[in-house]
Design a binder for this molecule. Structure first.
Ligand SMILES: C=C/C=C(\O)C(=O)O
Length: 264
């Protein structure tokens, strides 16, 4: 492994370990070298796996124009979802466990079969999907002030933090995902609006994009994997404590509360 990839991974791992955001890693790997950035992501992931985490799925990021404009990054990427990032509807999360958290409402796909063929189509993704759930993604950045290029966010596991899954599964044959409308509330006040159509035309298109990328990069998605298909509207900063509720038409709602836990 090259020393720049190792140095970038170590910078990101130290930020996560110490709870102190770091400088971007583009000075080490370049602002547009996606292969190097995914190599850093894999190095960080290997460290997490050695520490006991298990890959439980994947996330696509930067699918929605409003989110792309928030960062000035105009192409999608993917990251890994680990088992210790998954939480159920109604969970309380410790605000202090995240560096610079933001939340966004999404649709999660849960696979019932592997997707291994090269260039899977939207039909292959539909066939492999067991059910979908409303979800909230807590995005987070180890990079100070969210000063990210596409390389920085890929290296930093697509700026992932946690995933909160709703508990009412729905079958794809009863839904038109492009028509889903989304409202995200913070303590009862509307803070973000969006739609399925805003997410690459449909979350199914986003799911197909990530399935192809995962197969192409040697990580074919497996039965049981959770696939987060990207924000349906602008992400919202988590300032202090409070409850976020996402309501997705036809899919139901999902809620998470940020609390401050005493640190030992
Ligand atoms: C930088 C992260 C973006 C996402 O997670 C998203 O757009 O869904």
């Amino acid at each position: 492994m090259t020393t720049t990839i190792t140095a970038a991974a170590e910078r990101l791992l130290a930020a996560a370990r110490d709870g102190v955001p770091c400088a971007p890693v583009r000075d080490l790997i370049g602002a547009r070298d996606l292969d190097q950035a995914y190599a850093v992501q894999e190095t960080v992931a290997a460290a997490r796996e050695r520490a006991g985490s298990r890959v439980a799925g994947y996330k696509i990021g930067l699918t929605t124009r409003s989110v792309q404009e928030q960062f000035g990054v105009f192409e999608p990427d993917f990251g890994l979802v680990f088992d210790d990032m998954l939480h159920a509807h109604g969970s309380e999360l410790d605000r202090g466990a995240y560096l610079q958290p933001r939340v966004e409402a999404e649709i999660a796909f849960v696979l019932e079969s592997d997707i291994e063929i090269p260039r899977p189509s939207v039909a292959d993704v539909i066939r492999a999907t067991g059910f979908v759930l409303p979800a909230i993604e807590v995005v987070d950045s180890r990079i100070a002030d969210w000063d990210i290029t596409i390389s920085d966010t890929i290296a930093d596991n697509a700026s992932s933090g946690a995933v909160v899954l709703g508990t009412t599964p729905r079958s794809l044959d009863r839904l038109e995902l492009a028509d889903v409308s989304m409202v995200l509330e913070k303590d009862g006040e509307d803070v973000s609006f969006g739609s399925g159509a805003a997410c690459m035309g449909s979350p199914l298109v986003a799911a197909t994009w990530i399935a192809r990328e995962l197969v192409r990069r040697g990580r074919p998605p497996r039965a049981g994997d959770v696939i987060m298909t990207g924000a349906l509207g602008p992400m919202v900063e988590v300032a202090g404590t409070g409850r976020f509720t996402a309501r997705l038409s036809g899919l139901g709602q999902v809620e998470v509360t940020f609390v401050e836990r005493e640190r030992s």
